[in-house]
Write a protein that binds this ligand. Structure first.
Ligand SMILES: CC(C)(COP(=O)(O)OP(=O)(O)OC[C@H]1O[C@@H](n2cnc3c(N)ncnc32)[C@H](O)[C@@H]1OP(=O)(O)O)[C@@H](O)C(=O)NCCC(=O)NCCSC(=O)CCS(=O)O
Ligand SMILES: Cc1cc2nc3c(=O)[nH]c(=O)nc-3n(C[C@H](O)[C@H](O)[C@H](O)COP(=O)(O)OP(=O)(O)OC[C@H]3O[C@@H](n4cnc5c(N)ncnc54)[C@H](O)[C@@H]3O)c2cc1C
Length: 397
């Protein structure tokens, strides 16, 4: 499929996002990084441009747009400011998409209203002892009378401290202590008792969004806070991860956007910068670098767009989302690193955006499933086999 075959509406959306990115978003990007402050001004801009909650169905106040629409906006925004791109991811994909697909009417209305008002929901899966092995989480939700009581610790939660709505993955136990499966609980910061933001991680890049530790200490919620996936709690983890595939495509898109932004800067500089009496793009060593960078970008874009398209009417395909995220995140790191090289010492300076881009892009082979673990996902899907990673997994299988 030709990834450039976009509809007139999509081209208009892309143009709107590009304009915003090149204007106020680009102008603030360095400050967002330096101050490590969440860009609330940009959230207002995104709201005004109708780039938050785009994928929310129209009956809940959204625009019913598809994953590719969201991808086009995220890519454009991320080329100028990856933090803003990530906000666009989490206001259109991930937790919000899980609630809009699986939630009750009450949950959908609440989540849609919050996102359309500018809240970026937090998705809380990872724990200190359960990262790649997310299924091994120990956060538990115990049914006690007509309530659920949650205890556990989540860490590296994007938006911890700024997000209000949280979708918290937990192992659910009935009144007798019998394990029922993994479910997602909705909680609201400053409203839900027992939801505590306890630490901000000092991060390498993407410094305008906090990454936080979240402690759940007897967090008490009614059963109406539980998002029940279509196949029930027994397949709760698989269904929640199915929804998460949208955010995997979103994360890949942010990496692509950062790489695209860095590549454009390098292309431009290669004409302006002269050494040995001629533009540096007359040197074959750099021409081949530019060629390789453009090839990686084109291949990444095709994978990301095709993964997004695979989700028409549902969530992006697990295999295509994983393939896109592995290739794009690894390629983007290489492209940004090469772009920085074009600037020589200037690229290493904090006065130019290249060093920020190099720090920002590094995240994407880690967050959202590491490149190694996603290769396991790809291999399992290709081989149509469970590939247990535990020592005794094959015996159990
Ligand atoms: C899935 C893993 C945690 C591996 O765990 P297991 O080996 O214990 O489990 P599996 O048997 O592979 O999977 C269990 C069950 O779930 C289904 N599944 C798993 N992944 C997906 C998926 N992506 N889409 C659809 N279904 C999925 C799987 O088919 C099984 O179903 P059945 O029970 O057989 O029917 C591990 O592979 C993994 O993904 N680890 C990474 C965890 C992760 O991605 N964390 C992200 C946290 S959020 C974040 O990082 C945000 C950053 S960002 O900006 O986006
Ligand atoms: C910036 C950022 C934002 C994040 N945002 C969120 C968020 O909003 N919500 C959330 O829930 N989580 C979030 N995360 C957490 C992220 O999902 C985890 O970091 C990721 O899943 C990896 O877990 P881990 O860090 O514990 O690494 P580990 O699982 O400890 O992995 C360590 C190393 O071992 C490798 N490894 C582990 N298992 C295998 C295997 N079976 N085969 C091959 N290699 C393996 C890994 O690839 C990695 O190289 C974020 C992380 C970052 C960096």
């Amino acid at each position: 499929m030709n990834p450039s075959a976009l509809s007139p509406d999509q081209l208009a959306l892309q143009a709107r996002a590009r304009e915003l990115a090149a204007g106020p978003v680009a102008a603030r990007a360095a400050e967002v990084d330096r101050t490590e402050q969440y860009p609330w001004d940009n959230v207002e801009l995104l709201k005004d441009a109708k780039l938050v909650g785009m994928t929310i169905p129209t009956q809940y106040g959204g625009q019913g747009k598809n994953w590719l629409d969201a991808v086009l906006a995220i890519e454009a925004l991320s080329s100028a400011c990856a933090v803003t791109g990530r906000i666009a991811v989490e206001t259109n994909m991930g937790a919000i998409s899980a609630v809009m697909a699986y939630g009750s009417e009450e949950q959908k209305k609440m989540a849609a209203d919050m996102v359309l008002a500018g809240d970026k929901p937090a998705i809380c899966i990872t724990e200190p002892d359960a990262g790649s092995d997310a299924n091994g989480m120990t956060t538990r939700a115990d049914k006690k009378g007509n309530r659920y009581v949650l205890n556990g610790r989540k860490h590296w939660i994007t938006g911890g401290g700024v997000s209000r709505l949280h979708l918290i993955f937990a192992k659910v136990y009935d009144e007798k202590g019998t394990f029922e499966g993994i479910g997602g609980f909705l909680a609201i910061r400053d409203e839900t008792k027992g939801l505590k933001i306890t630490k901000r991680e000092p991060t390498m890049g993407l410094r305008g969004i906090p990454e936080a530790v979240i402690d759940l200490e007897d967090m008490d919620v009614p059963p109406s806070a539980l998002v029940i996936p279509p196949r029930g709690l027994k397949k709760g983890f698989a269904d929640l991860m199915t929804a998460y595939n949208s955010q995997r495509v979103g994360a890949a898109t942010v990496a692509l956007g950062i790489a695209e932004g860095a590549y454009r800067l390098a292309l431009d500089w290669s004409e302006k910068r002269h050494q040995f009496g001629r533009p540096i793009n007359e040197f074959q060593g750099l021409q081949w670098k530019l060629a390789d960078m453009s090839i990686k970008l084109a291949a990444s874009r095709a994978l990301v767009h095709n993964a997004a398209r695979s989700g028409e009417g549902g969530f992006p395909d697990m295999l295509m989302a994983a393939q896109a995220k592995v290739f794009t995140s690894e390629s983007a790191i290489q492209v940004v690193n090469d772009a920085l090289q074009f600037f020589g010492a200037r690229g290493y300076s904090r006065e130019l955006p290249l060093e920020r881009m190099a720090r920002d892009v590094r995240m994407f082979t880690i967050g959202g499933g590491t490149a190694e673990v996603l290769r396991n996902v790809v291999a399992g899907a290709l081989l149509k086999k469970k590939l247990p990673q535990t020592r005794d997994g094959w015996d159990k299988a």
